[in-house]
Ligand binder design. Sequence first.
Ligand SMILES: Nc1ncnc2c1ncn2[C@@H]1O[C@H](COP(=O)(O)OP(=O)(O)OP(=O)(O)O)[C@@H](O)[C@H]1O
Ligand SMILES: [Mg+2]
Length: 112
Amino acid sequence: MKKIEAVIRPMKFEAVRESLEAIGIASMTVSEVKGRGQQKGVMQQWRGAEYVVDLFPKTKVEVVVPDGRVEEVVDAIAKAARTGQIGDGKIFVLPVERAIRVRTGEEGEEAI
Ligand SMILES: Nc1ncnc2c1ncn2[C@@H]1O[C@H](COP(=O)(O)OP(=O)(O)OP(=O)(O)O)[C@@H](O)[C@H]1O
Ligand SMILES: [Mg+2]
């Protein structure tokens, strides 16, 4: 099992959710987060004062899937989240050691 952690533009979340649903992925954890990538902060002005914004609102989507589904899930997220502009986001793939469905005690791929 792998956890796919995608940090995407909030405005792209609906498209990502739909494209995951289209390939039969329903279970997910979603959080509103702040983050920064490789660019330095962006200068902004407010009432004449300049300040740097270097943490931007992002949406983090976490999905645990069997190893054999990683490629299609990564593709689905990447296609739906892409605008081609900087800040489109990032996808990380992490190993998952165990998964337990609390209600039934099922483990592993049965539980995800
Ligand atoms: N190496 C990293 N570690 C942890 N989080 C990261 C990392 N890189 C990106 N992120 C997260 O992903 C978000 C989006 O990153 P972003 O798309 O700006 O990446 P980037 O590497 O700067 O690419 P781009 O040049 O396309 O902007 C960041 O705001 C941050 O939350
Ligand atoms: Mg960036």
